[in-house]
Design a protein around this ligand. Structure first.
Ligand SMILES: Nc1nc2c(ncn2[C@@H]2O[C@H](COP(=O)(O)OP(=O)(O)OP(=O)(O)O)[C@@H](O)[C@H]2O)c(=O)[nH]1
Ligand SMILES: [Mg+2]
Length: 587
């Protein structure tokens, strides 16, 4: 098996009977009309596929589309995922109804790479049609299109067409082989022994046998990959591919479904778009939306000017930057639309639609658009933001799985001290608000976001946000401080219960002192300073190992009241190990 040839893909376009399929046949030696009915009627109905190697060694695959107006849906599925077009016009017929319709489609899709073939040059002088069509194309996205006169019957002009094709393909932008896969399916069928097979034009990324891809909500596995009729180790964009799938039956698939890299796309039924130019007359209320090989009904709401909200009859894996084609079935009119937001906000207030339109028009593309969109969302999962089609904008902060708009982390961090002060005013004996209270106060989606926003002198301690300097009421802090001074001189001289009570330290005050990190509770009414573990270990290390409780008590210079629970506390913390005869040794 090989890695498969480097390949470009182009689609045909043009009026019925103008010679698209005949030209593909002459170029590739392959028959693009796959159906018996098509060959009997001499009419292309569905998409056809053919390929050839050009003299330069470049391989070109051609998606041959039908020209008949009844099959324009098939034509759209063919050109949707393909970046370049071979426009075919018959010399004896010239610019015709579906020439115009197809060119309008290409223009709306923003196709910029095209070649014009004026066919049937054996019948009449092709020059006038060549000049006329090139002139008409100039005002479209296709621009200044190279044109060649050919005959599929005599072969005249074919070498020139091949040369022009080579030039066109050489000028195509390089596909992004590292992009996630979104393969719009154009055919699904079964092969005896292999099972379900789908085909499509891979516009970005690559597919290998064993890949897991998402289809709707489910995962399917790529069992095998073929390209141009041969099994390959991998297929890399741009390529025509046929994938043998495990985990899905053929009747669960249809044209317009997409196979997706898991996590890289999100299905959406509501998108905000901007139209490429606001057309004269009313906008269609229920346009048909085409993207890739998919076709789905929609309801259109004009926000303002060229900004429009679409509600799709079925969700699609759309990204910001996708170009949609909106077709008005009644008026035979097509519009191009750029996806600007795949998770748009609800519009409730008066004037919200107009404001939204202004945002969409102003937001820009790429990093600038991403920054504007993130500023509105404030906080979003980074993976979700990427799946919308946005890059990470400059200045955004990343915290774990979250992306924070530029400047937002500072703003939120600046609000926490006030949350702490207000909380402690109500509950002075608690060290500070639990993280969850802060999360709610700042309306954060995840408690994990609190920690990175806590800045000195605030700190996180035992699940609370505390002010390290002022966590206790002054009287309590002073009493605790006196005890800590005594413990600094003698770390094992835990104050007696009456001493604590006399200093005004009841259970609640002591618990607060523990939460603030000033004291540790060894047992009921036995409190020592946090450094006691190290001090205790140091003295035990000087003893012969193992040692008895009595030896430990003497080493610490304290009473049994303190020594017994302290020994157990050290056992529990794994500082000491208790032996079967109840003696201890350091671990
Ligand atoms: N004389 C002459 N006839 C041609 C040429 N190319 C195509 N034809 C004839 O024109 C007719 C239509 O050709 P097709 O290739 O089927 O046209 P098409 O554009 O594929 O048509 P649809 O797929 O139905 O839109 C056929 O009878 C062809 O033999 C040519 O260069 N010269
Ligand atoms: Mg045809």
């Amino acid at each position: 098996m090989t890695a498969g040839p480097r390949m470009d893909v182009l689609a045909t376009a043009g009026h019925v009977d103008h010679g698209k399929s005949a030209l593909v046949r002459a170029l590739t030696g392959m028959e693009p009309d796959r159906w018996a009915e098509e060959r009997r009627r001499g009419l292309t109905i569905d998409l056809g596929f053919a390929w050839t190697e050009l003299p330069s060694g470049r391989t070109v695959a051609v998606v041959d589309v039908p020209g008949h107006e009844r099959f324009v849906g098939n034509m759209l599925a063919g050109v949707g995922p393909v970046p370049a077009v071979l426009l075919v016009v018959a010399a004896d017929d010239g610019w015709s109804a579906q020439t115009a319709e197809h060119v309008a489609v290409l223009d709306a899709l923003g196709v910029r790479h095209a070649l014009l073939a004026v066919t049937k040059a054996d019948l009449v002088d092709p020059a006038p049609v060549l000049a006329d069509v090139r002139e008409r194309l100039r005002a479209t996205s296709l621009g200044d299109v190279p044109g060649v006169a050919v005959s599929a019957v005599t072969g005249q002009g074919l070498p020139e067409l091949t040369g022009a094709l080579e030039q066109l393909l050489a000028g195509l932008p390089a596909p992004d082989a590292a992009a996630p896969v979104r393969l719009w399916i154009d055919r699904a069928f079964t092969i005896k022994g292999a099972g379900t097979v789908v085909t499509g034009t891979l516009a970005g990324g690559r597919v290998l046998p064993g890949d897991r891809l998402l289809l709707g909500g489910r995962e399917v596995t790529v069992r095998g990959v073929q390209s141009l009729g041969r099994p390959v180790e991998r297929a890399t964009a741009t390529a025509r591919v046929a994938l043998n799938l495990r985990g899905v039956a053929v009747d669960e698939l249809s044209r317009g479904d997409a196979l997706l890299t898991p996590g890289a796309f999100r299905a959406t039924a509501e998108v905000d778009v901007t139209l490429r130019g606001v057309p004269e007359g009313r906008l269609p209320e229920e346009p048909v939306v085409h993207v890739g090989s998919a076709t789905v009904g929609a309801r259109l709401r004009q926000l303002d000017g060229a900004a429009v909200r679409l509600r799709l009859a079925a969700p699609l894996p759309l990204r910001v930057g996708d170009r949609l084609l909106l077709r008005d079935p009644g008026a035979r009119r097509v519009l191009g639309a750029d996806v600007r937001d795949v998770a748009p906000p609800e519009l409730r207030r008066r004037g919200a639609a107009r404001q939204r339109a202004a945002e969409l028009t102003a937001q820009g593309e790429g990093a600038a658009g991403a920054a504007a969109d993130l500023a509105r969302r404030r906080i979003v999962r980074a993976a979700e933001f990427a799946a919308m089609g946005w890059p990470v904008p400059a200045g955004a902060a990343v915290h774990g799985p979250w992306l924070l708009a530029a400047g937002l982390a500072d703003e939120l961090a600046g609000r926490i001290p006030d949350v702490v002060v207000r909380y402690r005013r109500l509950r002075p004996l608690e060290a500070g608000p639990p993280v969850e209270v802060v999360r709610r106060a700042l309306e954060l989606p995840d408690a994990e976001l609190v920690a990175p926003l806590v800045r000195p002198p605030l700190e996180l301690r035992d699940g609370r946000v505390v002010d390290g300097d002022a966590a206790l009421p002054p009287a309590v802090a002073a009493a605790v401080e006196r005890i800590r001074e005594r413990l600094a001189a003698d770390p094992f001289a835990a104050p007696e219960a009456p001493d604590l009570a006399g200093a005004g330290l009841g259970p609640r005050e002591l618990a607060a002192a523990v939460r603030s990190g000033r004291l540790v509770r060894i047992a009921e009414a036995v409190y020592l300073a946090p450094g006691v573990e190290g001090a205790a270990r140091e003295r035990l290390a000087a003893l012969p190992q193992p040692f008895t409780l009595s030896q430990a008590r003497q080493a610490w210079g304290t009473s049994r009241r303190v020594a017994v629970p302290l020994m157990e506390w050290l056992d529990a913390r794994g500082v000491t190990a208790k032996l079967p005869d109840a003696s201890r040794r350091l671990r």
